[in-house]
Design a protein around this ligand. Structure first.
Ligand code: GAR
Length: 206
C-alpha cells in the first residue's frame, strides 16, 4: 500500500471524493496528509473529519517559492509519500519540486487541455463559446497545465449555462475521473512515453 498526499487551497470537493474512494477500499493507498497553503481552506475540515493529518504552510513565512517547496518536499519524504495529488492547489510548483517528484505529481484541471489553461478554466471555456468542455487529469511538469494526460472526460455546454451550473457538472465528472486516475497510478497501470500515457488494462481471457 503506497502513501499519497493531497495538496489543496480551497473547498476540497475533489479531496472528499478521494477520501471516500480510499475509505471504501477502492484505491489501495493511505493518505499520509493533506497540505494547504490557505489556513481557512474548507478542505482542511474535510481532512480532519476523516482523521487525516493536516499541514498548513503560509507563503509569507518563506522568501522564495523554492524555500516553500523545500518544506513540502521535506514533509513528503518524511512520510515516504510516493504520489502527490494536486486538488485545487492554486500555486505553481517550482522546477525543484517537479524534479524531486518527477512523474509522481498529478493535477486535475476543469477543461480539456491544452485548451483553457490557468486558474479560470470554466469561465474561459464559457466565454469562448465552446460547445464541449470537460476535465483533464495529467502529470505535472515544469510548465503550467502541460504534462502528459492520463485521462479526460467531456462535458457538453448548454446554451443557458452559467459558471455555477457548468461548475456543478464539471465537478461531477472530476469526482469520478480523479479517483479513477489515482487508482490506475497506485495499481501501477500507467506508463509514460514522452507526451503519451499508456494505460495497461488487464486482458480478460475467456
Ligand atoms: C477543481 O475544479 C479543479 O479542477 C480546479 O480547482 C477546483 C478545486 O475544487 N483546479 C484548477 O483550476 C487548476 N488549474 P475543489 O477544491 O472543490 O476540489
Amino acid at each position: 500500500m503506497i502513501n499519497i498526499a493531497v495538496l489543496v487551497s480551497g473547498s476540497g470537493t475533489n479531496l472528499q471524493a478521494i477520501i471516500d474512494e480510499v475509505g471504501k477500499g477502492h484505491i489501495p493507498a493511505k493518505i499520509a496528509f493533506v497540505l494547504s497553503d490557505k489556513k481557512d481552506a474548507f478542505a482542511l475540515e474535510r481532512a480532519r473529519k476523516a482523521g487525516i493529518e493536516t499541514i498548513t504552510l503560509d507563503k509569507k513565512d518563506y522568501k522564495k517559492r523554492e524555500d516553500f517547496d523545500r518544506k513540502i518536499i521535506e514533509r513528503l519524504k518524511n512520510k515516504n509519500v510516493e504520489l502527490v495529488i494536486l486538488a485545487g492547489f492554486m500555486r505553481l510548483l517550482s522546477s525543484y519540486f517537479v524534479r524531486e517528484y518527477r512523474n509522481r505529481i498529478i493535477n486535475i484541471h476543469p477543461a480539456l487541455l491544452p485548451s483553457f489553461k490557468g486558474s479560470h478554466g470554466i469561465k474561459d471555456a464559457l466565454a469562448h463559446g465552446v460547445k464541449v468542455t470537460g476535465v483533464t487529469v495529467h502529470f505535472v511538469d515544469e510548465h503550467l497545465d502541460n504534462g502528459p494526460i492520463i485521462l479526460q472526460k467531456t462535458v457538453d455546454i448548454k446554451e443557458d449555462d452559467t459558471e455555477e451550473t457548468l461548475l456543478e457538472r464539471i465537478h461531477k465528472e472530476e469526482h469520478k475521473a480523479y479517483p479513477e486516475a489515482i487508482k490506475l497510478f497506485v495499481e501501477g497501470k500507467l506508463e509514460i512515453k514522452g507526451r503519451k500515457v499508456k494505460v495497461k488494462y488487464e486482458v480478460v481471457r475467456r
